[in-house]
Structure formats: C-alpha cells, structure tokens
Design a protein. Structure first.
Length: 81
C-alpha cells in the first residue's frame, strides 16, 4: 500500500510541473486566466451534477460517471480532430 502511495505521489509530482510548462508554452499570459477558468466550467458542472444526484447514482454510478468523463477526455486527446 505504501508503494502504491509513493508511485501516485511520483506521478502527481511529474504531472503538475509538466502541465505548468506546457501551459506557459502554449497559452499566452494575457489570456491564461480566462482560458483556464473557461475550461473549468464543464468540470464544475459535472461535479455539481454528480453531487446533486449522488443518492440516485450511488457510489458505483458516481464512479461510472468519472470513468466516462475520463474516457471522453482520453478519446479527445487521442483523436483531437
């Protein structure tokens, strides 16, 4: 269990600096805050919708919604056009 925790921390420790570097390279400084806030709106809508229907979804349904969202994001990353 401790090894899994350390592996997770390693992945997170590599992910966030990499995303920050890519963001500074491709998103202009003058528009960065607006663009990042606009990208956060669908995520916040998904989280609020999931929380409001958690009694109906249950844990399995909530995890299914999260899996579906990750699958859509992965498909969008692999097939951008």
């Amino acid at each position: 269990l401790a090894a899994a925790f350390f592996a997770f921390e390693l992945c997170v420790g590599l992910y966030f600096p990499s995303v920050g570097t890519l963001r500074s390279k491709y998103v202009p400084d003058s528009h960065r805050s607006v663009i990042m806030n606009l990208f956060g709106i669908p995520l916040n809508a998904l989280v609020v919708g999931c929380f409001l229907s958690i009694k109906r979804l249950g844990v399995t349904g909530a995890l299914t919604v999260a899996t579906g969202a990750l699958a859509v994001a992965a498909a969008a990353a692999v097939f951008p056009n």
